[in-house]
Every structure is written in structure tokens, then in C-alpha cells.
Ligand binder design. Structure first.
Ligand code: ADP
Ligand code: MG
Length: 418
């Protein structure tokens, strides 16, 4: 009996093995259907090697039936049901009618539960599958009693194998639990595969968008150049309009550049870069903006740090952050840039005395298109974060509303000089 039981367990689990080998790339919807058909075949096979007890036979046919119906609904379960009924008919015997009743009862409860079952989370589903697995062990003893009393056999005669039927029922419950776990694994895997496919599609889409942005930027530059020429010649109202157009064109250009950088922060041109040099240039570049806003930029440094990285990208990343600091700071405020570190790492701190950010704002900061400015793009910070990460560095924001913001950037260094 033990050998047969083991054989049953093997047959019941075989569909999952076969599925993994043959049907790995099935669409999610087809997963349950396919596994149900395989389960039906397993149910039929199991019936050919019954464990018999007196007149009645026992097998694990309820396992595939319950799982296929719970997960797959009327059609998938129905196919398994018909397969079982067909084989049961071929096998015939006195208890045929009871076999029919038992199988249909085994199909009904999972069928009723299917609709709400399928909406639950995997863990709960596995628990419910096990509970439903108890169901055949509840009605089967009644079927046995009715069958035997119909034949006029006294209870004492067949009560002995009732016990073993209950034990077998327990094993059936365990087998249903196993099947449920395996089914959940298959579902999860196919969901994962779908997600990977969507991610790949999005990736391609992103690349497409990047190449379009790239193509659009070139004619834009030409248009801007000619408009600048026109602007110098025009006077009065027309000139005002042209300035307006040029401003908007400039904005479009910034968005395109930011987007391109966001889509692909590639470090192409790796050279030895002096951090001091880069910061000096950025301060020079942003000084006019700071003056206009009435903000003082302070650059405090002891010595210099040599980095091995892409100069242009580093500049881009730091400009975004320092520009944000200036824009956040009211007239009379300060933006302070300091560097400190050792032979392997530099800590670059950009501190402002600006309006600061709340907790919610800080959380939004890393997301695309988050901006609180009328003419903001909400791309700058994203780009900076991505570039710094690409450089194997770290970036941390801390901020208090009304007090200011502190950005700490840590970058790998190849040499420190005094
Ligand atoms: P943009 O500058 O175009 O708005 P960013 O991605 O550079 O886009 O910044 C997103 C938002 O983060 C800003 O609109 C601003 O609200 C906030 N922010 C960034 N840096 C600071 C800072 N130093 N102080 C206060 N707010 C900041
Ligand atoms: Mg910005």
C-alpha cells in the first residue's frame, strides 16, 4: 500500500515537472489551463493503480480535481471531472454510482469557491486549498456507510477500513497542499516573466524616446541660431516676441538635454579630473545667477581631490544641485560648498540657507518630473542622482523647512593633493 501511495504522489506531482520542462513560456492565462489538463491525465493515471480496501477503491484523484477547479474554475476543473468520470465508467463495478456522486461532490465545493478564491493573495489561497482538501475526507465516509448499508453489511464489518480511509484522507490533504504550493510557484513565475517582458518593452520605448529627443535637438539648435540673428536685427514689439520665442526654445532645449541625460547617463570620457577645478568652473558659471538672486556662493576647500571620471557628467550633476540650492535661497542667503576627505574618498557638501523641504517633498525629490517651480522640469535632481550613482558615489539629502538644505555627495578618489 505504501508503494502505491508513493506512486500516486509521484504521478500527482509529475504535471508540475512536465510543465516546467515543456510549457515554460506559456502566457499567464494558459498556465492554469495547461496544468489542469496535465492534472486530469494524472488523475486518470492514478485511478489505474488504486489502493483498494474491501469493495471500495481509494486513489488521489481528488487532488488534481480540487486544484484544477479551485484555480482554473468550471472549464479547467470540468475537463478534469469529465476525464475522471470517463475512466471511472470504464472501470465500472458495483460502486460506479457512488464513484460518480463522490467525484461530482468533490468538484462542486471548489467550483463554488473558485470565484472568490482566485482574488485572494497566494498565502491565503494555499491555506484555503488545504481546507478544501479536507472536503472529500468528510463526504467519503458517508458514501462508504451508505454504500455498505445498502448492501446490508453491518457497520462492524467495514469499520476497520474506515480508519485507513481517514489516514489516506489526511495524506490526500497533504498532497493538495503540495500541489497548491507548486501551482502558486508556476503562477508567480509566469507573472514574473510577463513583468520582465513589459520592462523590456519599456526599455525599448525609452531608447526610442531618447533617440527622438536627440533628433529633435539638432533642428532646434539651428532654429534658435537663426532666431538669434533675427532678434538682433529687429526692434520694438517684434523683438519682444522673438525674445519670448527664444526663451521658450531655450526651455525646450533644457528639457531635451535633461531628458537625454536622464535616459542615458553614460560615462563616456573617463579622464583624471580635478574636483577643485570643476567646482571653480561651476562657481564661475553660476555666479551671475547667484548675483541676480542676491545669494552668496562660498567655496571652502583644503587641497584638491583627483577623480577618475567623466568631467562633463560630473559638472552636469553638480550644476543641477548647486543651481537648485541657489534657486531655493532668498536674497541675502548663502550657498556653501565644502570638500573634505582622504586618499580614497571625498565628501562634497552643498549647503544652502534656503526654504528647505518637508519630509514629503524629500520623498518626491527622487521621482521624475517632480518640481515646485513654474518653469522647472523636475529632471535635474533625478539626473544628478543617476550620474552620481553611475560614478559609484553616494548622495544624501537632509533638509528642514525654513532652515535650508544639505546635500552630501561621496565620491571615490584616486589621489588627494594639498
Ligand atoms: P527643477 O529644479 O526643475 O524644479 P529638480 O529635479 O532640480 O527640478 O528639483 C525638484 C524640486 O526639488 C524643486 O522644484 C524643488 O522644489 C526641490 N529642491 C531641490 N533642491 C532643493 C533645495 N536645495 N532646497 C529646496 N528645495 C529643493
Ligand atoms: Mg533644478
Amino acid at each position: 500500500m505504501v508503494e502505491k501511495l508513493l506512486l500516486h504522489v509521484l504521478i500527482i506531482l509529475a504535471p508540475y515537472l512536465i510543465f516546467s520542462i515543456l510549457f515554460e513560456n506559456k502566457k499567464n492565462k494558459m498556465v492554469i489551463f495547461t496544468i489542469s489538463i496535465l492534472n486530469g491525465v494524472a488523475a486518470c493515471l492514478v485511478m489505474f493503480f488504486p489502493i483498494s480496501s474491501g469493495e471500495l477503491i481509494f486513489d488521489l484523484r481528488y487532488v488534481p480535481l480540487v486544484i484544477a477547479t479551485l484555480y482554473g474554475g468550471p472549464v479547467s476543473g470540468g475537463i478534469v471531472l469529465l476525464m475522471i468520470l470517463f475512466i471511472r465508467t470504464i472501470m465500472g463495478g458495483d460502486a460506479l454510482l457512488f464513484g460518480y456522486i463522490g467525484t461530482i461532490l468533490g468538484y462542486l465545493l471548489p467550483l463554488i469557491l473558485h470565484r472568490f478564491f482566485i482574488k485572494l493573495v497566494p498565502k491565503v489561497r494555499m491555506g484555503i486549498a488545504i481546507l478544501v482538501g479536507v472536503w472529500p475526507s468528510i463526504f467519503n465516509p458517508f458514501i462508504i456507510i451508505i454504500y455498505h448499508s445498502n448492501l446490508g453489511i453491518p457497520y462492524s464489518e467495514y469499520s476497520k477500513f474506515m480508519e485507513s480511509f481517514l489516514i489516506l484522507g489526511a495524506i490526500q490533504v497533504i498532497a493538495i497542499g503540495f500541489s497548491a504550493v507548486l501551482t502558486e510557484t508556476l503562477i508567480e513565475r509566469s507573472l514574473m516573466q510577463e513583468k520582465i517582458q513589459t520592462a523590456e518593452k519599456l526599455n525599448t520605448l525609452g531608447e526610442l524616446a531618447a533617440s527622438i529627443a536627440h533628433e529633435v535637438r539638432n533642428p532646434l539648435t539651428v532654429v534658435k541660431g537663426f532666431l538669434q540673428l533675427l532678434e538682433q536685427e529687429e526692434t520694438g514689439k517684434k523683438r519682444e516676441y522673438l525674445i519670448l520665442v527664444l526663451n521658450e526654445l531655450g526651455r525646450a532645449e533644457v528639457i531635451l538635454n535633461d531628458y537625454l541625460n536622464f535616459a542615458k547617463p553614460k560615462l563616456n570620457n573617463i579622464t583624471e579630473v580635478s574636483l577643485h577645478d570643476v567646482l571653480q568652473k561651476i562657481v564661475q558659471l553660476l555666479e551671475p545667477l547667484a548675483n541676480k538672486e542676491g545669494v552668496t556662493i562660498q567655496f571652502e576647500h583644503e587641497g584638491d581631490f583627483l577623480l577618475k571620471t567623466d568631467r562633463y557628467q560630473l559638472k552636469q550633476a553638480l550644476i543641477n544641485i548647486i543651481k537648485n540650492a541657489i534657486e531655493a535661497t532668498p536674497a541675502g542667503g548663502y550657498v556653501t560648498i565644502t570638500t573634505e576627505g582622504n586618499e580614497s574618498q571625498v565628501r562634497l557638501v552643498i549647503k544652502d540657507t534656503g526654504k528647505g523641504m518637508s519630509k514629503e517633498q524629500l520623498e518626491h525629490l527622487g521621482t521624475v518630473f517632480y518640481t515646485t517651480k513654474d518653469k522647472g522640469t523636475g529632471l535635474g535632481t533625478m539626473v544628478s542622482i543617476r550620474i552620481i550613482e553611475e560614478m559609484k558615489g553616494k548622495i544624501e539629502y537632509s533638509s528642514k523647512v525654513g532652515m535650508g538644505t544639505k546635500v552630501i555627495i561621496t565620491l571615490p578618489v584616486i589621489k588627494k593633493s594639498e
